[in-house]
Design a protein around this ligand. Structure first.
Ligand code: FAD
Length: 318
């Protein structure tokens, strides 16, 4: 059976949920092999969990440089393994970093690049959702090894047994002159909350929140639910919330179990980043707001009345 390479998305050996989704999606095309790029000792931490989602092999590319540079070590490792294994495809998460890895790798391998897939089919085609979800597209790479970026939350992760046989990959020394070095890592606002693209609940605020101070209404509801906080671009551009929390076409793509949109109109560019959420709840004082077209549950009302009541109600039920 053909191998399908999956780049393991992790932070210091803590595997992100999207990796399990990629391992699940890979099974449509062949046998998933995980590629771990990280500091020495990383593979030991992640191997068991990769096995439990069907990784037949684990390629281990560890070096002191691996965590010190953006993307280059990952592209080097994947291209080295791809040359050796001739996989049916290479899968990476469609995160900002993953997309850059995918683009660079496709150039190196001379293969087709399929971005933002929400499904992978056994004939090698992928499903994409475009124009803010208005159209579904099936696309297939015309040549070479396809490199596919898969949208976090696009595929449901399913456990499966894998042997996780280890194979070492030697990473070439990073060419410092051509690579971006990481000079420092700082925790961001909301560091105690789940990561936006990983969270199973996301509570987002829009321009309707009205100010940075009032965003605490959104944060309180999020904290009562153990959720991540998101924001529309209008909220970000107005300085209400930091840009790394923007959801949408030019922000992050999320696909949680529950997405709560407060004071967000539901522009197509916002929907592009959240409409694959399993359940959407919208609170908006305008009954005609387009967000209600995709909401499973909607409240026509003032978010400053609704959100605190919701927060209290959730607290009572804990
Ligand atoms: P508005 O459209 O102004 O809506 C505010 C809503 O809040 C209204 O519906 C109003 O009825 C409601 N409201 C006001 N007060 C209250 C209250 N007290 N209680 C309840 N409801 C209230 N947008 C994104 O979000 N993400 C993106 O990534 C993104 N990328 C873009 C890329 C491009 C190329 C372009 C052109 C645009 C992009 N946009 C993006 C912007 C997008 O078009 C919208 O302008 C934006 O999503 C609007 O944000 P909003 O819904 O918060 O604001």
């Amino acid at each position: 059976m053909a191998e399908v390479l999956v780049l393991v998305d992790h932070v210091d050996g803590e595997v992100k949920k999207v990796t399990y989704e990629l391992l699940t999606a890979a099974r449509a095309l062949g046998e998933p092999s995980a590629v771990v790029v990280g500091a020495p000792g990383t593979a030991g931490k992640v191997k068991d969990s990769l096995a439990s989602y069907g990784a037949a092999k684990v390629y281990v590319a560890e070096s002191d440089d691996a965590n010190g540079y953006l993307v280059t070590p990952k592209v080097d490792a994947l291209s080295a393994v791809a040359e050796q294994a001739s996989p049916a495809a290479v899968l990476v998460a469609a995160t900002s970093e993953g997309k850059e890895v995918a683009g660079r790798l496709a150039i190196r391998l001379g293969g087709g690049l399929l971005v933002d897939a929400v499904g992978i089919n056994s004939d090698g085609s992928v499903d994409q959702s475009i124009f803010g979800g208005a159209f579904s597209v099936k696309a297939k790479a015309a040549k070479g090894t396809p490199v596919i970026s898969v949208r976090p939350g696009g595929v449901e992760a399913e456990a499966a047994d894998g042997a996780a046989a280890e194979e070492t990959v030697s990473l070439p020394a990073v060419d410092a002159a051509k690579s971006a070095k990481i000079t420092g890592v700082e925790p961001v606002v909301g560091g105690d909350r789940p990561e936006l693209t990983e969270a199973s609940i996301v509570v987002s605020g829009g321009r309707g929140v009205g100010s940075a101070e009032k965003f605490d209404v959104i944060e309180k509801l999020a904290d009562s639910l153990g959720a991540a906080v998101g924001a529309s671009r209008a909220a970000v551009d107005s300085g209400y919330y930091p840009a790394q929390f923007q959801v949408g076409q030019t922000g992050k793509t999320v696909s949680p179990q529950l997405y709560v949109a407060l004071g967000i109109s539901g522009a197509i560019q916002h929907r592009a980043g959240m409409q694959t959420s399993k359940t959407i709840v919208a609170v908006n004082k305008d009954a005609e707001a387009p967000i209600f077209e995709i909401a499973d549950f909607g409240v026509v009302g003032d978010l400053f009345n609704v959100a605190p009541q919701l927060t209290d109600e959730v607290a009572k039920r804990k």
